[in-house]
Design a protein around this ligand. Sequence first.
Ligand code: MN
Ligand code: MN
Length: 491
Amino acid sequence: METKNTWETYDEKQLQEVDIFAKDYMDFLNNGKTERECIDTIVNRIEKEGYQELEALIKAQKKLQCGDKVYSVWMNKSIVMFQIGKKPMAEGMNILGAHIDSPRLDVKQNPLYEDGGFAYLDTHYYGGVKKYQWVTIPLAIHGVIVKKDGTTVEVNIGENEDDPVFFVSDLLIHLAQEQLEKKAAKVIEGEALDIIIGNKPLVIKPEEREEKTIGEDGKKEEKTEAAGGQKEEKSEKEAVKKNMLAILKEAYDVEEEDFISAELEVVPAGKAREAGFDRSMILSYGQDDRVCAFSSLKAMLEVGATERTACCILVDKEEIGSVGATGMQSRFFENAVAELMNLTGEYSELNVRRCLASSCMLSSDVSSAYDPSYAASFDKKNVAYLGGGMVFNKFTGARGKSGSNDANAEYLAHIRAIFEKEKVNFQTAELGRVDLGGGGTIAYILALYGMNVIDSGVAVLNMHAPWEATSKADVYETKRGYVAFLENADL
Ligand code: MN
Ligand code: MN
């Protein structure tokens, strides 16, 4: 079987649409570098399109009907959207699912220290990263610091051209003989991924100096005049760290202890870029899996009145196993379905189960694109090609499909027929060569309800790297595929 190149299937008008879509997608990437930022961006968008918050509708005891648009956000990190269809919900929904968390470095709870004249933030990486890729590149810090009184301070620094950036150092090549003998997994260790945030000591003005030299016991400390003298150094201990704390206090009104209740994510600094002379690709951080999240979102907003209720779930924590209250394993989705059915007048325990069991889902996540530089890692007949269209993975998993959802042949046949009818270019793929490894997605979790689920999505080159590449044509084509699915799936 041959894969068609998606670019060759487009006419002039579609080629223009591809570029408009890509621009919108790149804006989405730039505005959503964390789960919370993605949720903010999404809610802003969908409220303009008539989506109403489920919790408010519950309070108002609003009766819902066909065409109504509803969303529910869980803990600022996950969201589910519904557009109510013509048929009763108990007959099943068509669900799009993707995740909005991405690999990164998370700042630890006691992170700030000084060493060798540098102030550092200690980090703990999140998700699968090749650690050596994170050194010597400009980094930004995004996230929140929640203070004891409950106020939330938002942090977003490193993205504007005049913002400072942060970085992890690496050993100079001239002294790296021993380092370069190490295995790639060990060449940069997790504890070495601390980011440098400053190098300038707190300067105490002479008039403040008198005060500062009074010790805690009220006694005046002895001081030598000579700069760099031992006693001088002792009283100015950790002056770079102190300077950092002074800056943080000034900028965000936070204390060192406030790191305890902070979620700060260190991500590659900079915007998504077009790649190639032909501008055919997008190079950006966080495309796993915001590429599927964005195209799912756009499909939801584009689709007209549907037979079955259209649903879109964009979740947190996929990269670490879909755990926690905001991961796919949490009951928030099931609860939202029950609440929604209550408002359409359909609620019963049995109807909720029927709704979930009768649903069809495209569980979307990125697929590894064939990389000619690492050809031996792939099966050329069963791999996704950049530009080859939307990807279907019948199964994922590792070591003999372990941990995978394996979609039914009947479901694949149904999807195939829809895509052919709607002229959506697609390809089927596996992650890589059978014995090499693998990965999981959220597909198996929704499959627990007994619904039809298949892994699908967009091919990505150098997935999980600080900068990942996708094809503009694939992103656009995948959105077309989602629309076709929402309008036609019924199995
Ligand atoms: Mn993913
Ligand atoms: Mn991933």
